[in-house]
Each structure stands twice: as C-alpha cells, then as structure tokens.
Design a protein around this ligand. Structure first.
Ligand code: GAL
Length: 667
C-alpha cells in the first residue's frame, strides 16, 4: 500500500471552479499528498433518482491528480439529499422519546430502513463503478463518523423490527429471552417476539437493564452491518482499493473492534481544541494520548488521522485559538502514538453552513495566515520522518482492557452519578502517561499473554470464559489489576446469585466481597502500607472485602470500615492479581501503577517535567523517542543514554513552549 505523509479534507464544491487549480498547486507546494472528498455531496452528485452527475468531482480529481495528489472518496450517506427525504420522510430517524428528527443537519437517516438502503445501493453502486478504475482514487471512507449524531437514534418501527430479528437469532425462543431478561420483574413477560419494542422512554424512567444492554449491542451491530452493506458494494466494484473509516476515539455507539474487522486500517478524527474547552491551557494531552493509543488497538497497528485540527474550532460557540506551535505539537502527538498519515481538516474555512467557524488551514479569504504557515513548516520538516517510521509500533508491555460490553453496562447503571467506565480506565492510563510508560489498549478478544501488566478495571459482566482467560494470564506470570464491580453480573446483565463476588475470580483475587458503599457527596481515604502519612484520596465507591489468601497493600482510612482492605495483591500461579476496591484519585493511581510496574520489573521511558510527554515508536531495531512539551513555557529534559536528535541538530536540553523534539537510538 502506498504511503502518504500529509493530506487535507477538501470540499471543492464550496468554491468556484476557477479556484481549484490554485488550491491544488498550493497543496502540492505545501507537501499535501492525499485529499479526502465527497462525503457530504450526495445532492450534487445525484440531483434526482438515478441521474448521476460526477463531472465536478471528476474535474476536481483530475486537477489534483495533475499535481500528483491522490484521493480518498467518501460515500455521502451521512447526508441524504432533500429529494430523498421528501419522497421518503419515514427514513428520518426517531429518538428515544419517539419523536422524529428532521432534515437540515446531517445523519437524518435511519440505518436499518430498507427504503433508505435501496437509495444507498443505487448511489454507492454507481459511485463505485464510476471511480473503480480511476488511478487517482486510492481508497474509500464509508459514510462519516458512524455513531456520531446517533446518540439516541434510531427507535423507529424499522429498527424495532430488526431488533426483534436480532433477538430471535440470539435467543431462539421467547422463553429463553424472558429468562435472560428477567422479565418476571414488573410483569414484563413477553408472550411473543412481536411484542418487544425498542427501549424508548418509560413512564417510570427506569428500564430493564438486560433489554437495554441487548439494545446497545444490537445498535452497535446495526451500525457495523450498515458499514458492511456499503463496503461490500465498494469492494466488489474495486477490489484493489482500500477502505478506512474516521473513528472518534472513545466514542462507544458501535464497537470499533467489530467495525475495524471490515477496514484495511483505522483512521481517527483528532480535535484537541474542540469547541468545548474554554481553557486553552488545561492539560488534556493525556486524554488525547489515550484516544490515540486506543485507535491503535482497533487493528493493532498504526493508523491515519483523517481529520486533524488545523485552526480555531467551533460551531455556534468557539474554543480558544491554537497557540503558536500547538498545531504542529498536536499533529506530532498523533505521529508519536502511531499515526502514519495526518490529514488536516479542512483545507479552507467554509463561508457557508453550520461549520463556518470550524477553521481550516486557510482562512475564509484563502490567503495563507499563521495556521497555514505553521503547518506548512511542520510538514516540510517532518515529512521525511513520517516516511521513515511508517508502520512503527510503541512496543508496550502494559495493556489496559477496554470493553464495549462493560462500558454499555455502566452506561445503563453508572452506580455513582460521576462514575464513567472510560474515565475510570483513564485514571490508570493517565497515571501511566504521567510516568511515561507506553500503553496498549486491548479488547476481550485480543491475546494479552505477552503483556507483563494487564489493567482490567470494572469486569462487571463476568463469564466463565473471561474468568478462565484472566486466570490463565496470571497463572503464566502476568500482573493483573481488577477493581470494584467485577464479577457481579452475567452476560445478560442479571446478577450472579451463586458464589462470592467477584464471582468466578474470587480465588484469583484471594478475597470475597462483604458489602459496599457508594461515596455520594463524599470522598474516600486510602492508607498505603503501614507507613504513616501515605494517605490518598479516592472516590465513587468502596468495596468492603474480606481477604482469604490476598495480602493487603492499603486500607481504608474512613468510616466504619476503616482498616479494612482497599488494595490487595494475591500471588497466583507465577503471577499476581491485584484488586482495587475504589476509584483512585491521581496520587493513588500513581502509587498503584508504580507498584504494578515494580512487581513486573518494568521502568518508565524517562522522567520529564509536568506537561512534557515522552513517547516511543520502534521500527527495525531503531527507537524513536518523541518529546512533546504541552506547556506554554519552556521545559528542560535530560535525554536517556544513547539517543541523538533525529534531524542531527544539537540538543540543548531545552524544549520551546509547545515544542517537539524527536530522537533516535540504534538497537
Ligand atoms: C467532524 C466531522 C467533520 C466536521 C468536523 C467539524 O466530527 O467528521 O465532518 O463536521 O467534525 O465539526
């Protein structure tokens, strides 16, 4: 597969034709090698059923092609045109309240609707056939950010019908479904699959958690199948072109692990400034790093950024403008965590529509300003590096388990109003990030055997298969971390009623749950070891446990359960299982991860001042070390032995504000 360094998202249809050649020339001079187009332009390409007009797109592709720029084409199914909606208003989605959402934004479509599917089949078939042999079109993106704007969509009769089919396939008989969903409660027993509806808002507000979990699994499967439907048409027409999708970090609507199975490689949209963060100096680099590391997990390999922030962003409300150097820093953070190609969103700020202020590299008037100059200089400097490290991985020895199933279960029952599954994972990720320890994310289905440490918080739904996999991992020498609310429920979201919690792994953890406390409006206190003064704060929850074989590393320092175990370690086989009964604050997360690393004989890459990230990629025995200064002041860093600057410049030990520096070391 041909490698690209940098690209842009481009919407030629927003600009006069006369400008296109200028744009293409400027792109080439800047170092742009690839352009994504077409993902929202259905109305222009097919103004009425079966009347296709790809001429404008053909012309734009040809102009870019003359400058040596290749193209990724999006299928425009995120924005069905007005004539389709007029003809078939029923394809507009229905929300949780049972209300329809209407035309005028995007994603005003129901993904299960058979009439909509026919429109898509007609369009995508013609589109794929038209571009199958175009030598400048290298790959496809299906739709756009699948799962975005689909938060509580769609609950329409068509989706309900599909849900029933999905349930029938899963459970076979209605008796089995009634058992699995615990419908004896509140008289919910279903005499027939036909009586089942999507879990819309109820009079009592609360819903059946088992039904809700299946609904979330179903909608994830539906989104993946919606993608598959289009991907099949594209692959059949153009088997030599690749398919990717612009994913959104920790967004959870569809499982990216499942969606990823259909992709040749994963892509991600990275907007560190967003339009939601008022404080430009708030440190969020750890969160963005986590999202990037997660995207690498989707295909367990390096990936693309399909949309990289290129200026001030916002729709009706804007964020802060990126500080000098920050656009390059943000792009380099993506590279450091495994991006091989960076596509900037967008080429030029749009004069029309909702996204007038979601700025591009060029301002509205098309005359290069600071964003353009900074990114152009960055691209010139680092294009050779991107060529060199393409495909390199981080070589992590620590993994964090990210499970969509567990996340769905906690979306349904967060327990504590501030508890979120992903934020809980992030507490451990951020501690490792502060220490500059490389991390991989893994799913339940991945092979974790080679990681020295596996952090697997909140294993709420526990199956015998999962328990066995965790046990085998520790047995063979792994260091495993489990937490509160592990082994509580079965796969259908019913509570386990036999054995001690954490069910099926209580012997692995060497303890049993006695009771628990939800820390509403209260903070927890955890005392580490016997040493005085090692007190840490915790939040959300406290499991009150009785140890059987585990040793106690830390105890609670508050309430009637003061002195009982908060953090434990149980030697098991050749490894050890840790159990943390509460949500750690930052310092406690640092303490716990330090303990795990020491136990597994692992050390961080290097020490850096606050706000300076050290990240590694390794290829062909060469280690690339990235230092990223997220501070708006200079920072000092002492380099580990054996490294030299990648570009041969002399290293002064000083990083400029928002500055980056890359180093290399031969094996
Ligand atoms: C992304 C989306 C783009 C654009 C951008 C700015 O989520 O994929 O099409 O909308 O945000 O809002």
């Amino acid at each position: 597969m041909k490698h690209y360094t940098f690209g842009v998202d481009y919407y030629p249809e927003h600009w006069p034709r006369e400008r296109w050649a200028t744009d293409a020339k400027m792109m080439r001079e800047m170092g742009i090698e690839v352009v994504r187009m077409g993902e929202f332009s259905w109305a222009m390409f097919e103004p009425s059923a079966g009347e296709f007009h790809f001429e404008t797109l053909d012309e734009a592709i040809a102009i870019l092609g003359r400058e040596g720029i290749d193209v990724i084409l999006g299928t425009p199914t995120a924005a069905p045109p007005a004539w389709i909606i007029e003809q078939n208003p029923e394809i507009q989605p229905t929300n949780w309240h049972g209300h329809q959402r209407f035309f005028g934004g995007r994603h005003h479509d129901c993904q299960s609707n058979p009439v909509y599917r026919e429109h898509i089949r007609r369009y995508v078939t013609a589109f794929a056939a038209h571009y199958a042999d175009n030598p400048h079109v290298m790959g496809w993106q299906v739709d756009n950010e699948l799962g975005n704007s689909h938060g509580d969509l769609c609950y329409c009769p068509s989706c309900e019908k599909r849900f029933r089919r999905w349930l029938k396939e899963k459970y076979g008989t209605i008796e089995e479904l009634n058992r699995a969903w615990g419908t004896a409660f509140w008289s919910q027993g279903y005499p027939d699959f036909e009586h089942i509806h999507a879990p819309k808002i109820t009079a009592a507000w609360g819903q059946n958690p088992s039904q809700d979990l299946d609904w979330r699994r179903f909608t994830s499967d539906l989104v993946c199948e919606f993608h598959q439907f289009q991907a099949d048409i594209l692959r059949k027409a153009a088997p030599d072109k690749w398919i990717t999708h612009n994913l959104m970090g920790f967004s959870s609507k569809p499982s990216y692990y499942k969606l990823g199975e259909q992709l040749d490689f994963a892509s991600h949209d990275q907007y560190p400034g967003g339009h939601f963060h008022a404080r430009h100096n708030e440190y969020r680099a750890d969160w963005h790093a986590a999202e990037l590391d997660f995207i690498r997990a989707v295909k367990q390999k390096s990936f693309w950024i399909m949309e990289q922030q290129s200026g001030i962003t916002g729709w009706e409300i804007l964020g802060r403008t990126p500080r000098p150097g920050q656009l390059g820093l943000w792009a380099m953070q993506c590279v450091a965590h495994g991006a091989d190609t960076i596509v900037f969103f967008r080429w030029r700020s749009c004069a029309m529509g909702t996204e007038q202020y979601w700025h591009g590299l060029l301002p509205h008037n098309g005359v290069p300003g600071r964003y353009f100059r900074e990114v152009a200089a960055f691209m010139k400097q680092y294009a050779p590096l991107l060529r060199e490290i393409s495909g390199a991985g981080p070589k992590a020895e620590v993994a964090i388990l990210r499970s969509y199933e567990q996340e769905y279960a906690f979306q349904i029952q967060p327990h504590h109003p501030q508890h979120s599954y992903i934020q809980h994972l992030a507490a451990y990720y951020k501690a490792l990030h502060r220490a500059n320890v490389p991390v991989d994310f893994v799913g339940e289905h991945h092979d974790w055997a080679d990681y020295k440490v596996l952090i697997a918080p909140l294993q709420f739904l526990m199956t015998p298969e999962m328990a066995e996999k965790l046990r085998a991992y520790v047995q063979r020498g792994g260091r495993l971390l489990l937490t509160w609310r592990s082994g509580v429920k079965d796969a259908t979201n019913l509570c386990h009623t036999e054995g001690a919690v954490p069910c099926m792994v209580d012997d692995l953890c060497g303890l049993a749950l006695a009771e628990y406390d939800c820390l509403r409006d209260a903070e927890g206190k955890v005392l580490w070891g016997a040493q005085e003064g090692e007190a840490y704060s915790s939040r959300h929850w406290c499991d009150i446990v009785e140890t059987t074989t585990a040793e106690t590393l830390a105890t609670y320092g508050h309430d009637f359960y003061a002195g009982t175990p908060a953090v434990t370690r149980n030697a098991f086989g050749q490894g050890a299982a840790y159990y943390v009964g509460t949500t750690p604050g930052d310092e406690l997360a640092d303490r716990i991860t330090a303990q795990l690393l020491a136990d597994a004989h692992l050390s961080p890459l290097m020490e850096t001042p606050h706000g300076v990230e050290a990240v590694r990629r390794v290829k062909d025995g060469r280690t690339y070390l990235f230092l990223l200064n997220h501070n708006d002041h200079p920072a000092h860093a002492d380099l580990p032995a054996g490294f030299r600057t990648w570009d041969g410049a002399e290293w002064t030990g000083e990083l400029t504000p928002m500055g980056v520096q890359v180093f290399v070391k031969e094996a």
